[in-house]
Structure formats: structure tokens, C-alpha cells
Design a protein around this ligand. Structure first.
Ligand SMILES: Cc1ncc(COP(=O)(O)O)c(C=O)c1O
Length: 374
């Protein structure tokens, strides 16, 4: 008998659907490094169309999508990028833009809604002129993240992105969006993806998160940008041969799963409402805009580590954030009854901890921190 596991660690944990597996098996493929894979070409053309950009490039991961994009925009030594201080690129990508690309970061504080204040962005722009001529790197790029993971999956509006785009344009900078979950933002805001990213010169879109594909991201932008990005992808070892096998699954993910995101967001709200009723927790319901639910543990006897251990024994997987917070992520393979099951398991786990009878292994003495790099 197969025991069902309800996995809320991330939206990256989905298993490929039957339709994806069938599409992978049937995919017409050829060598994509030679520019000959028809399925990859069709998929890239479709993603360029959906995002309203001239061209697209399939890359193995969101990290590589961001890295290739930043490095393509910042191809001159001494380049600097303005980005959120809690953005994924800054916090969770091994500093690759610096260690691999030699690009300097200028972090600007992220507000709780994932935005950076426009005046702070403007104040962070640096040019090699005047007093800075001998000392400053040159700002070439601004990066936004939508949805913004560390703010709980909140959405940046089209109006806000347009304003940042105006700042970029008026200072001769480029704008990149880490759109790992841009479809979640689009659905939650009711704004088509192409409108949402209109001001951006490039966007990196993850296919293996809310959309549920097994592997991959695409970057989109102008044809000239993508031509350069293709060279950099090859340099980084991301040129893949019969990659149509992966693009076929990604195509099905976009076709079948964008329409399910609204339901994921609804389930996230149901989950948050249920958690709010547990008096040992605090949940900010207004922060639940998409598929992520963060909750804090107010009771001193409960840690996230203890809670997650007891949940795992009931086949519910969750990931501690800090020692006193947990992040749960809904995806299309979580049903309404799973949400009720999760709530029941969490209530039972809380009771068990408070009763003092629960036994734990390998506790971290409250030092748990999670990078949320997923
Ligand atoms: C906002 C954001 N950007 C980029 C990435 C990187 O994606 P990948 O894990 O495919 O490298 C992630 C991963 O979760 C993410 O959450």
C-alpha cells in the first residue's frame, strides 16, 4: 500500500502529471545546442508570446535564469545591480552574480509587501561621475521579484513595476524581474502576464514551481538579449541537447495548470483561516495573496522543529522557517481534503506537544533558520 504524503514544503515538490509524462514520451526532439529541437523552439515561442516579449530561452533552473539575465545586462566590468535586500537573487543564489559574474550588489530594503521605495531606488543609483568617478561601480540594472517570496508570496502591481521601469529608463538602466511565480501574481492580481512585465527588459519565469513542470525556467526579452543570453547559458553549462523532452512537460504545465492557480490561492486562504483559529499561532491573513502561508508560533513550549517532526510522523511535510515560524506552500496536487487533513494534523501535533508526551529526535535548540531557497 502506498501511503499518501501531503507535501507543503514548497510548490517545487509536484510530481509530473500523466499528461506531462505522455507529452515527454511523445516529444519530437533534436539537438537544441545546434538550434534544432522543434519542441524547445515551439515552447520558447509560446512563452515569448504569453509574456509579450520578442524571444525566450529555456534554462535548467530559476537560479540560472536570474544569473544569465543579470550577467547579460551587466556585461561590463564594474557593473552594479540594485535589488531587494530579501530578494531570492540576493539571499539564496550563492551570490552567483558576484562570484561568477563579478557583478556588485546594491541591496535596497524590501518593504513588507515586497516593494522597494522608489526614492530609495533612485538614491541607490551610482555613476562614475563627479565625486564618484574614482570610487563607484556603475549601476546598470534594477531587479524586482514577483511574487516576492520572503514577503509571503505578495504581488507587485503593474503600476508599481511601471514606475520602477520609468526610473530605470530615465537613468539608462535595465529592469529584470525574477518572475519565478509571475503566473501566481498575474492570477492573483487579475492582470495578464504580458501587461505585468511590460516595463521589464527581461523576466525569468520558473516552470517547476506553481506551474508544476518537473524541470526548468525560461527567460524572456528582446531578440538581441536572448541571443546574448544563449551564449552565456552555454558558457555556464546550461546548453542542453534533446531538451524538448523537458519543454514538452513545461508546455503541458503552462497549458493545464495556470488555470488551477486561483484554486491554490483559495486553498491557501482556507488554510490560513484554519491556522488563525489555533490560539498558539499568529497568522496575518492579509499577507496571504497567493499560494504561500506563513505563521508564527506564539506559545513558548512549541518550536517549528518540534511541530514539523510531529507532522512528518503523520505524513505531512512542512518546513520550519525560523524556530518560531513555519511556511506552508500550496500547489495543485494539494486537495481541499488535504487542507482539512493538514489542519487536523497541526491541531493534534500542538496538543501532543502541550501534553508533554511527545518524543523528538535531533532538535536544533531553537537555532533553526531556513533559507526558503525554493
Ligand atoms: C523567487 C525565486 N526566484 C528564483 C528561484 C530559483 O529557482 P531554482 O530553484 O529553480 O533555481 C526561487 C526558488 O525557489 C525562488 O523562489
Amino acid at each position: 500500500m502506498v501511503t499518501k504524503v501531503v507535501d507543503l514544503r514548497s510548490d517545487t515538490v509536484t510530481k509530473p502529471s500523466e499528461a506531462m509524462r505522455a507529452a515527454m514520451a511523445a516529444a519530437e526532439v533534436d539537438d537544441d545546442v545546434l538550434g534544432a529541437d522543434p519542441t524547445a523552439q515551439r515552447f520558447e515561442a509560446e512563452m515569448a508570446r504569453i509574456t509579450g516579449k520578442e524571444a525566450a530561452l529555456f534554462v535548467p533552473s530559476g537560479t540560472m535564469g536570474n544569473l544569465v539575465s543579470v550577467l547579460t545586462h551587466c556585461d561590463t566590468r564594474g557593473s552594479e545591480v540594485i535589488l531587494g535586500d530579501s530578494s531570492h537573487i540576493h539571499m539564496c543564489e550563492n551570490g552567483g552574480i558576484s562570484t561568477i559574474g563579478g557583478v556588485h550588489s546594491m541591496p535596497v530594503v524590501n518593504n513588507p509587501d515586497g516593494t522597494m521605495d522608489i526614492d530609495r531606488i533612485v538614491a541607490a543609483i551610482r555613476h562614475r561621475v563627479g565625486a564618484g568617478a574614482l570610487h563607484y561601480p556603475t549601476t546598470r540594472l534594477i531587479c524586482l521579484e514577483n511574487t516576492h517570496g520572503r514577503s509571503g508570496g505578495k504581488c507587485l502591481s503593474a503600476e508599481y513595476i511601471d514606475k520602477v521601469g520609468e526610473v530605470a529608463q530615465s537613468h539608462g538602466l535595465k529592469l529584470h524581474i525574477d518572475g519565478a511565480r509571475i503566473f501566481n501574481a498575474s492570477v492573483a492580481l487579475g492582470v495578464p502576464v504580458d501587461r505585468l512585465v511590460r516595463a521589464a527588459d527581461s523576466v525569468s519565469v520558473c516552470l517547476s514551481k506553481g506551474l508544476g513542470a518537473p524541470v526548468g525556467s525560461v527567460i524572456v526579452g528582446s531578440k538581441a538579449f536572448i541571443d546574448q543570453a544563449r551564449i552565456l547559458r552555454k558558457t555556464l553549462g546550461g546548453g542542453m541537447r534533446q531538451v524538448g523532452v523537458l519543454c514538452a512537460a513545461a508546455y503541458v504545465a503552462v497549458r493545464d495548470n495556470v488555470g488551477k492557480l486561483a484554486d491554490d490561492h483559495r486553498k491557501a486562504k482556507v488554510l490560513a483561516d484554519g491556522l488563525k483559529k489555533i490560539k498558539q499561532f499568529t497568522v496575518d491573513l492579509t499577507s496571504v495573496e497567493t499560494n504561500m502561508v506563513f505563521f508564527d508560533i506564539a506559545d513558548p513550549r512549541i518550536t517549528s522543529d518540534k511541530l514539523c517532526q510531529l507532522l512528518e510522523r503523520r505524513n505531512v511535510l512542512a518546513m520550519p522557517g525560523t524556530s518560531k515560524s513555519v511556511r506552508l506552500v500550496i500547489h495543485y496536487q494539494i486537495s481541499d481534503s488535504d487542507v482539512q487533513y493538514i489542519l487536523t494534523c497541526i491541531e493534534k501535533a500542538v496538543e501532543e506537544i502541550l501534553s508533554g508526551n511527545a518524543k523528538f529526535e535531533h532538535l536544533t535548540n531553537g537555532s533553526t533558520t531556513n533559507s526558503y531557497g525554493h
